[in-house]
Design a protein around this ligand. Structure first.
Ligand SMILES: Nc1ncnc2c1ncn2[C@@H]1O[C@H](COP(=O)(O)OP(=O)(O)OP(=O)(O)O)[C@@H](O)[C@H]1O
Ligand SMILES: [Mg+2]
Length: 332
């Protein structure tokens, strides 16, 4: 069965066609560049951009997949969490299309979409696994008993990991969103150059990143221009190490405590090279295996939404047309 996925929760307009929850036929992603001049996403501008591009993106997704609407068996769209205006554009488009064409419709939780990116790409992944979702808005450590059955083990008390990357990138003048740029810069830096604080409470699995962000800000304030330029890469690497070490420590400990063999990471920060390497190494030492999505499936995309929609549909059948865009939708 073919699923058409639609994602418009923030500043990416994306549509994808996937086959049976595992094969991607098309995954068109348009990132709105207009927001870079504002240093962050402007919700009203994002909604209007989605309105302009949604129909051409729909045409491209079907054309690239070599199918027509008549071939589509399910339409899945993000209903939340995200920005209400952007969500409304994609969700209304999906409902209208599904209703007019008589195709089953399923609303999707964007966070479940991130998690589903791994199931989509890794057929060998155990149904029961541990997942770390690290995105621009979320930092969640979740035990997945099977798709749709979750226990949240830990979450951030304040900033999300991606948010910390973006804020520090901004402080360092690296543009927005800056996570990938910090990652690139850090490759030439010394992670031991400066020891930024790690918020690690030994007992729980929760995270906290606002203190780290403040520590970087205070550190940069004291630095003169010359030293900053000379040690930019070292500072990026030292900050990144502080974020990654805590994510890795808690994830490995949870995998050991819960005796879970397979671990996945997803969301934009799952593209981070240091996180991938350190977590894979530490898990391997414990005879555990790490899975992560290819970079394009880490940040927002409709293929993961189509996949999550397909797995939900398999479990529960179609959704209701009455669902509304839900900005603060939770995973559980
Ligand atoms: N290589 C990287 N290293 C670190 N962070 C990265 C990297 N690539 C992307 N990011 C970060 O990932 C985030 C974007 O991820 P994503 O698209 O999943 O988040 P979002 O959709 O904005 O938030 P959410 O999914 O929580 O609603 C940004 O914060 C970005 O800086
Ligand atoms: Mg996202």
């Amino acid at each position: 069965m073919l699923t058409l996925g639609i994602e418009t929760s923030c500043d990416e307009t994306s549509m994808a066609v996937i086959e049976d929850g595992h094969k991607i036929l098309s995954n068109i992603i348009l990132s709105q560049v207009i927001h870079t001049e504002f240093g962050g996403v402007v919700p009203e501008v994002a909604s209007r951009e989605h309105m302009k591009t949604i129909t051409p993106i729909y045409d491209q997704a079907l054309n690239k997949a070599g199918v027509t609407l008549a071939d589509i068996g399910l339409i899945a769209a993000t209903m939340g969490p995200g920005l209400v205006g952007p969500l409304l554009v994609g969700l209304s488009f999906a409902k209208g299309l599904a209703f007019a064409a008589g195709i089953p419709f399923i609303p999707v939780n964007h966070i479940e979409g991130h998690l589903a990116a791994n199931i989509l790409e890794h057929a060998e992944l155990d149904r029961h696994h541990l997942t770390l979702i690290v995105s621009g808005g979320h930092t969640l450590l979740v035990e997945v008993r099977e798709f749709g059955e979750y226990e949240i083990l830990g979450k951030t008390k304040d900033d999300a990991a991606g948010e910390a990357f973006d804020k520090v990138a901004k402080l360092m003048g690296l543009g927005y969103p800056g996570g990938a740029e910090v990652d690139r810069l850090a490759r030439d830096g010394n992670p031991k150059f400066f020891r930024f604080p790690r918020a690690v409470r030994k007992d729980g699995y929760n995270f906290s990143y606002s203190g780290l962000k403040t520590a970087v800000s205070l550190y940069l304030d004291k630095l003169d221009r010359e030293s900053f330029e000379a040690h930019k890469a070292d500072i990026a690497a030292s900050f990144q190490e502080a974020v990654v070490e805590v994510l890795v420590e808690k994830t490995v400990r949870a995998a050991v405590d819960k005796n879970i063999l397979h671990v996945t990471i997803s969301g934009g920060v799952a593209a981070n090279s240091r996180l991938r390497k350190l977590l894979a190494d530490k898990l391997k030492r414990r005879q555990k295996q790490l899975f992560f999505p290819s970079p394009v499936l880490c940040t927002d995309n409709a293929a993961m939404i189509a996949a999550a929609g397909y797995y939900r549909y398999e479990k529960e059948g179609p959704g209701e047309f009455i669902v509304e865009a839900t900005p603060y939708l939770k995973l559980v």
